[in-house]
Design a protein around this ligand. Structure first.
Ligand SMILES: C[S@@+](CC[C@H](N)C(=O)[O-])C[C@H]1O[C@@H](n2cnc3c(N)ncnc32)[C@H](O)[C@@H]1O
Length: 226
């Protein structure tokens, strides 16, 4: 999908983003409890990148568990960044917002934590390998990477079944499953867990793990040791 179509798509969603996500992503809110648990336990002055931060839903989790952190919220869509500024106004001074396209613009460096939610699937196959290396080199030694994203199964039949479960879920929430499925097929580049792990490994990450998975969604973690 072209960059301006992605912007239009998310600009429309900015106002009601979280409610919409609970109707489109199974266990969207429950995932936040898992991500909260996976974040480090010790509160330090972490420098954090929230890539594709949207309205700041994951940054909010970081501030709740690690209030001494400083967060860079990076996103393409102006309306999303506006919503972030409003949602997290109580933490102003502890975050900065950068508008840009992570495929072409610098994402910064010296991060202790990089968190990416529902965003990596915007990268096409050619962009992946290079971008995972950028993620790795943007982390400090010991840095922690956490991603939740659309993950498709390696087995085509399982993948089809899981798309079916996802459509059932959206239908049960009153959404049009065929509309959202066709948008997904048109604009996204979903990866398998094997692809994701291979790119992480090739970039230099270790302790690569899948921490949670349901249908075509997963939460994964990895670490930059040195
Ligand atoms: C589905 S939202 C995810 C928001 C939040 N991270 C979450 O987990 O719910 C995806 C976000 O990624 C942003 N995005 C998509 N492509 C991008 C790109 N190439 N560069 C920067 N941000 C991008 C969109 O503007 C949108 O705010």
């Amino acid at each position: 999908m072209e960059q301006n179509k992605v912007i239009q798509h998310f600009a429309k969603q900015a106002d009601d983003y979280e409610k919409l996500m609970t109707r489109l992503v199974p266990q969207y809110l429950e995932q936040h409890q898992i991500i909260y648990t996976l974040l480090p336990n010790e509160d330090r002055h972490y420098r954090v990148l929230d890539l594709g931060c949207g309205n700041g839903i994951l940054s909010e989790l970081v501030f709740q568990k690690l209030p001494c952190s400083y967060i860079v919220g990076f996103d393409l869509t102006e309306n999303m960044l506006k919503a972030y500024g409003q949602k997290l106004s109580q933490y102003s001074g502890s975050f900065e917002l950068k508008q840009g396209d992570f495929r072409t613009d610098p994402i910064g460096d010296r991060y202790d934590i990089i968190i990416v939610g529902l965003t990596l699937h915007h990268l096409n196959w050619e962009e992946r390998e290079r971008f995972y290396k950028i993620l790795f080199s943007s982390l400090n030694y010991g840095g922690f990477f956490i991603a939740r994203d659309i993950i498709i199964d390696e087995n085509k039949d399982v993948m089809e079944d899981q798309y079916g479960y996802w459509k059932e879920f959206m239908k049960s929430k009153g959404e049009d499953p065929d509309l959202w499925y066709s948008k997904h097929i048109e604009k996204d580049h979903p990866m398998t867990l094997s692809d994701h792990f291979r790119w992480l490994e090739q970039a230099g990450f270790s302790k690569i793990a899948c921490q949670w998975r349901l249908y075509n969604f997963a939460i994964t973690t990895a670490q930059r040791k040195n």
